[in-house]
Design a protein around this ligand. Structure first.
Ligand code: SAH
Length: 351
């Protein structure tokens, strides 16, 4: 069995290659080839002697991915890719070109087990967690595209398919690796992690001391609506979730973002906005309203734009910091899990 190097820190690469007779300093060179240059073959690591490259190739592997399909928004703001790993598992990765810079949205699991009613990611269930290297490969893939265009990555959002805190160790390693100077040298302040609300892991994350932005998928102003929409609420109801978020804000000094998807006839009425304002009053919070991306399989609809504006105004009038998420790429099925689901259906049809 060959050992996987992609996804290891340089001290771990050193521990793997020294027994093969390579010098310690080669680990940093390998790390830079893997993470800064994005090479997928040892043979391309030009500052390492050829005999060592051949040796590396016989002992180690590098995670690769290929594009199964790609969609590009008409306005060029968003590119969505379905990337396939060597075992055939495929996940979505999205490049969003904002005014303030380029952002990548990564997936952390193959499918999702959370079962949120409005989300396409759960339609096929979860097949497995992604490894640190597999998550990082998504970033390196996008990084190469940006490099060719002469631009670079500004921020990272962990908001693709999967519940990142259910794959805690791999996701934490991934963020730390992105921060390393020999990797992306990305500031933690430019990383956002979104969770459906796993309370023990939110506390664990607060203890890591990383100044990342925590984003919580709240989506409802009370337990009865939230439990309808998100099965996880039966395990960790709103009171527990909000106190974990408060502890997170207190420990890290970072304002927590609450995502609130607006679903017609379910959670977007004016009285629900008032209830949400009471719930969040006095908290270090930002509310991000997301008019639902329609997912036909889920039978969900977004409210009209005047209801969205009214919901926003009610929150703002009550002193809650709130914005409506700028819509990007809805013409390319950028809603969570939609491309993967469509592709899966396409494959089943042609079989
Ligand atoms: N599992 C994590 C991260 C992935 S989802 C989480 O739940 O936070 C990222 C965000 O997109 C979540 O807030 C999710 O609830 C939301 N989302 C899912 N389906 C959506 C849809 N059809 N329209 C708009 N937002 C959606």
């Amino acid at each position: 069995m060959k050992t996987e190097l992609f996804g290891l820190f340089t001290h771990e690469i050193a521990a793997a290659i020294i027994p093969c007779g390579l010098e310690q300093y080669r680990a940093k060179q390998i790390g830079e080839w893997l993470y800064r240059h994005g090479v997928e073959n040892f043979i391309d690591m030009k500052n390492i002697p050829l005999t060592q490259r051949i040796l590396l190739d016989s002992q180690f592997t590098i995670i690769k991915s290929k594009v199964r399909c790609a969609q590009h928004a008409a306005d060029k703001s968003t590119d969505k890719y379905l990337l396939e790993y060597q075992d055939g598992a495929a996940v979505e990765t999205v490049l969003m070109r904002h005014k303030y810079g380029n952002s990548i949205c990564v997936s952390t699991q193959v499918g999702c087990a959370m079962g949120c009613r409005f989300c396409a990611s759960s339609l096929l269930g979860k097949s497995r967690d992604l490894s640190t290297g597999e998550i990082l490969r998504q970033v390196l893939f996008i990084q190469q595209i940006l490099k060719q265009e002469g631009s670079k990555l500004h921020s990272l959002v962990i908001m693709g398919t999967g519940e990142p805190l259910e794959n805690y160790d791999n996701v934490l390693r991934f963020m730390r690796l992105c921060h390393e100077p020999y990797c992306l040298n990305l500031s933690y302040r430019h990383m956002t992690l979104s969770t459906s609300g796993l309370v023990p892991q939110i506390d664990a994350l607060a203890d890591e001391g990383l100044p990342i932005t925590l984003s919580i998928s709240l989506h409802a102003p009370n337990n009865s609506v939230r439990s309808e929409l998100m099965p996880i609420n039966k395990k960790y109801p709103i009171e527990l979730l909000l106190s974990a978020a408060d502890r997170y804000a207190a420990k890290t000094g970072r304002r927590v973002t609450y995502e609130y998807i607006l679903l017609q006839g379910i959670n977007s009425l004016p009285e629900q906005a008032r209830e949400l304002a009471v719930l969040l009053r006095g908290r270090l919070a930002n509310v991000n309203l997301i008019p639902a991306n329609p997912v036909p399989e889920r039978g969900i609809l977004r409210p009209n734009s005047s209801s969205v504006r009214e919901f926003l105004t009610i929150l703002q009038q009550r002193g809650i910091t709130a914005t409506v998420r700028k819509e990007m790429g809805s013409d390319i099925q950028a809603a969570c899990g939609q491309l993967r689901y469509q592709s899966f259906k396409g494959i089943s049809k042609s079989e």
